[in-house]
Every structure is written in C-alpha cells, then in structure tokens.
Ligand binder design. Structure first.
Ligand SMILES: Nc1ncnc2c1ncn2[C@@H]1O[C@H](COP(=O)(O)OP(=O)(O)O)[C@@H](O)[C@H]1O
Ligand SMILES: [Mg+2]
Length: 269
C-alpha cells in the first residue's frame, strides 16, 4: 500500500500540486488521470522520490519515505518497478540483456540463475524467441512487454507505469492493460498507472484519481464513473457527444438492471 499524504508542490510561484492525498492499495490498478499539465507526472515523481514535495509526504507499507535513511531508501528503490513512457529500452542491448540489467545491478544471483529468472519473466509476458533481438527489431507492443518484464524482474512490491499505451493501437493497448492487471493481481503489487487512455480507465481502473489543475477533483472506481455527476470528470472522460450518449445509455441500462434485481429480490422474499 502507498499513502500519499497532503502533498503540495510548487515551482516558483506556480502551484502544481495542491494538497493531494490518496491511498493506493495492493493488488489494485490505481490510475492517475487528467489532462496534460494537470500534475500527473509531478505527483508520480514525488511518489518515487525524484521530487521532494514542499510539504506532505508519501509512505510505502506504512513507512514514511522522507523519514527513511539512505539504506532504507535504497531498499525501497529495489522494490519499485518502473515502466517508462516509450519503454526506454537500451537500444544497444538485446531483449535478454535489457531484462537482465536490473539483476546485474541489484541481485547477487549467479549468472545461470539470472538467466533462469529472465526466461521466467519473458515467458510470463509471453515473449518467446525474442531473447536475442534488439529493440529496433521488435514491434511497439513487444517493446512494452520487454519493458514490463524488466520492471517486474526483481519482484517489485510497487509497479509504476507511465502512459503504458502511448503509441500503441487500441487492441494492443488492451492486451498490455490486461497483462498489467493480471500481474498486479498475481503478485499483489501496488500498481500506479498514469494514463489518459479512456479504454484503460474503463478496463483496469480499480481506483482512479482524477487530477484537475493540481487538485484531486474526483476519486472512485471505473464502475462509479458511469454514475458520476462531476462535470469536469465527465467532460474529460466522455469528451465526445458520442461517448456522452453511450454513458447515458449505459446508465439507463444499469439502472434498469438494478431495478430488475430489486424486483427479483422482492419476489424471492
Ligand atoms: N521541473 C519543473 N519545473 C517547473 N515546472 C514544472 C516542472 N515539471 C513540471 N512542471 C509544471 O508542472 C505542471 C504539471 O506538469 P506535469 O506533472 O508534467 O503534467 P502532466 O504529467 O499531468 O501532463 C505543468 O504546468 C508543468 O509545466
Ligand atoms: Mg506527464
């Protein structure tokens, strides 16, 4: 679990984060959404310790990051897996070498055990026969899989994904989203996904924090979004008239279902 407690952050006289608090639970995909410039990246950077908030703090598993000593902070870093925007693979390294990199940096495993672990995670993200390929030789979706394999190779407790779908077609995006969700549940990681992909929001949004101009404007689940009356959120999520109509239809449909279920209950009593 990660707790964000009353984080404030300004650059000069520009307030970028205004008193943000949120609880990100383990085993869930916690999404941070909002238009560009709303503070998503600054918030995630504060969470992983790349920025120091002006006030407030972040705790991991109940431990305040700012109160940690160097040793504890180093240990925490190793429990954080990161999938960077655009995958950020090393171009001069093969897929296998890319995934091996965190093991070379942080683990004391023997070379053959490292290879075994690399094989395991590459199999887990369903990448076979790509070990010896270079990033330039594989598709965008495959690159993301390599990025995910590298992010989970050290068995992280916390997984941060910045725009995991950028540059992918909708179908491949969905496959990557589902993979992130499966891994989150399988390993009970506390997963943070920064996204403005509405498919992701609806597909994997167990918990969604909507930022608007540095404020937490709305918080809830993907199911609650359908019923939300928050105008700013609705404008952001259901930007087109088409989607607004789809939301209204879905709401009517779900209301009907709820009403029907109630009738069923009445009949059964
Ligand atoms: N290092 C920085 N110095 C000054 N301003 C910054 C810095 N990083 C981000 N900002 C400003 O903070 C605001 C939020 O940025 P960011 O978190 O990157 O937005 P998002 O990720 O939601 O698109 C923007 O107005 C941006 O210009
Ligand atoms: Mg950003």
């Amino acid at each position: 679990m990660i707790e964000v407690n009353n984080i404030k952050k300004s650059f000069g006289d520009k307030v970028v984060l205004e008193d943000i608090s949120a609880v990100m639970e383990a085993g869930k995909c916690n999404l941070i959404i909002g238009t560009s410039g709303s503070g998503k990246t600054v918030l995630t950077k504060c969470m992983v310790g790349l920025f120091k908030p002006d006030s407030g703090g972040v705790s991991f598993g109940g431990q305040d990051m700012l109160a940690m000593n160097d040793e504890e902070r180093k240990e925490l870093r190793q429990q954080i897996g990161m999938l960077f925007q655009g995958s950020a693979l090393f171009d001069s390294m093969t897929v296998e070498q890319n995934v091996m990199f965190p093991l070379d940096m942080f683990s004391t495993l023997s070379h053959s055990d490292k290879k075994k672990r690399v094989n395991e995670v590459l199999a887990r993200v369903e990448l076979k026969d790509a070990h010896k390929k270079f990033p330039a030789e594989i598709s965008g979706g495959m690159k993301k899989r390599v990025g995910i394999a590298r992010a989970i190779v050290l068995n992280p407790k916390y997984l941060f994904c910045d725009e995991p779908n950028s540059g992918l077609d909708p179908q491949t995006s969905l496959v990557i989203d589902k993979l992130i969700k499966e891994l989150t549940q399988e390993f009970n990681t506390t997963t943070i996904v920064v996204t403005h992909d509405m498919n992701s929001v609806m597909e994997i949004g167990d918990h969604i924090v909507y930022l608007y101009q540095g404020r937490k404007e709305w918080e809830g689940t993907n199911k609650e979004i359908i019923f939300s009356k928050n105008d700013l959120l609705n404008k952001f999520i259901f930007a087109s008239e088409f989607l607004q109509d789809a939301k209204d239809m879905r709401m009517l449909e779900m209301k009907g279902k709820i009403a029907n279920d109630r009738n069923m209950d009445d009949l059964l009593q």
